[in-house]
Design a protein around this ligand. Structure first.
Ligand code: BJ8
Length: 425
């Protein structure tokens, strides 16, 4: 277990008292949310261990890697291509932003009515509690929603090494050309950071590693189609969260080992909950560590979550990159093809996402969909309306939940979800 007094934290410039507080939030959260579950697959032991070492061994690996010359790139969005970062010899980590921190300080820099995810990214910086943020040699922001776009202007004053990637807002030929130009600019920036040139071989290796990681997650997702579901939504979410900061090769092996076990469960008809438990698809904003509030409530209200239409889930991981080209430009085109298909709600219009939610509801045999929108997140809250309409036309009930990271509304949300689950029965 990570020690709150490890000298590494001082080296990284963390505030020890505040970091201690965050470690205890993580520790208590894990114990309450994950370890209290019944009938968990043994393969989850690895992910429990990673969570217990999220501020321990994994950070040490990154710090040791830095001493050996391996740069760390931090990212807030699934549009940042891990393949390019790896091809240049660096490591990509997700900067999670799933807990409120230093809120008073944050609200001196951002309006109160900013979404919790953006506030959290500022809170982690101002509170000096995130070892990933502090160990990153480059931090990549992206022009996605208006909140993030404007917040990065301010974050740039707090972080010396912020790089902002422009992103298209429409799925047009011009949009795709912009994404390609931005990936080329980003590749140059990462090459400058590491001093390594991206080659066909290094890019193919980067693609192979990221493809394998995503293929393992696809395998895990496919097993959740079974009835009864072989794994809880909370555990599957944890695996999807660990996706962002673990060593990718070790992660792939661990997910595949978990899937071997789940395959046996499916063959035996063993479920994590009894047969007939109402099956829910979650859709909407990303859920970063340690934001487990909504799935915890859902799975303590008599339902099981069978899929996540989210960037910490299938929106972020679906589709592999075609690695057949034999030039860097051809491989970059293949990367653009894969990433341009991400149907984030910042795109307008965004029919792909509506189609994907509908497809997922059918594919995972979900009886109902819960749409999760963070308070003040216009893109997802606005898109929730056509999502619910589309599902209604298919005869699939949906419930919209708007919330943040605080526990204040937990009781009220639980009442609504219990009524929804009861209606599904
Ligand atoms: S590709 S979803 S990871 S931008 S919740 S900050 S949208 S106001 S996170 Fe995202 Fe990339 Fe899109 Fe995915 Fe804004 Fe909404 Fe806040 Fe959000």
């Amino acid at each position: 277990m990570a020690s709150p007094h490890d000298p590494m934290w001082l080296e990284l410039g963390l505030d020890l008292a505040a970091h201690d507080q965050l470690l205890s939030v993580l520790g208590q959260g894990c114990a309450q949310v994950f370890l209290s579950q019944q009938n968990r697959p043994q393969g989850m032991d690895y992910f429990n261990f990673v969570m217990s070492e999220v501020h321990g061994l994994r950070v040490k690996e990154l710090v040791d890697g830095k001493k050996a010359g391996v740069k760390v790139v931090g990212s807030y969005c699934v549009f940042v291509p891990e393949e390019i970062v790896r091809a240049a010899g660096a490591t990509l980590v997700g900067l999670c932003s799933g807990a409120d921190f230093a809120t008073e300080e944050v609200e001196k820099l951002l309006p109160r009515n900013t979404c919790a995810l953006i506030k959290s990214s500022f809170g982690f910086k101002l509170g000096k509690v995130c070892p990933y943020l502090e160990s990153a040699d480059m931090i990549v922001g992206e022009n996605t929603c208006d909140g993030k776009k404007k917040a990065y202007e301010t974050l740039g004053g707090l972080i010396q090494n912020l790089y902002v990637m422009d992103l298209p807002q429409m799925k047009s030929a011009e949009g795709k050309a912009l994404l390609k130009a931005e990936f080329i600019r980003f590749a140059k920036a990462v090459e400058n950071l590491t001093g390594n040139t991206i080659t066909v071989d290094s890019l193919k290796k980067g693609i192979a590693i990221a493809n394998a990681k995503r293929a393992a997650i696809h395998r895990l997702a496919a097993l959740r189609k079974a009835g009864p579901a072989p794994i809880s939504g909370l555990d599957a979410l944890l695996a999807n969260q660990v996706f962002f900061y673990d060593d990718p090769v070790r992660f792939t092996q661990s997910v595949n080992a978990l899937c071997d076990e789940l395959e046996k469960r499916v063959a035996e008809g063993t479920g994590v909950t009894p047969k007939g438990t109402p099956r829910i698809l979650l859709s909407g904003c990303p859920m970063a560590v340690p934001n487990w509030k909504l799935p915890f409530i859902i799975e303590h209200s008599g339902a099981v979550i069978v899929g996540e239409e989210s960037c910490v889930g299938e929106r972020g991981t679906r589709n592999l990159v075609d690695a057949s080209a034999d030039t860097v430009e051809g491989l970059m085109d293949a990367l653009v093809e894969r990433y341009f298909a991400i149907d984030c709600a910042i795109f307008t219009p965004n029919p792909d996402r509506l189609a994907h939610v509908a497809e997922m509801a059918k594919k995972y045999n979900a009886q109902g969909v819960i749409h999760y929108g963070l308070n003040f997140c216009q893109p997802y809250q606005m898109e929730a309306i056509p999502v619910v309409e589309k599902l209604a036309a298919m005869g699939i009930p949906a419930l919209k939940i708007e919330t943040d990271y605080s526990a204040e509304d937990a009781g009220q949300i639980k009442t609504r979800i219990e009524a929804f689950v009861e209606m599904l029965r």
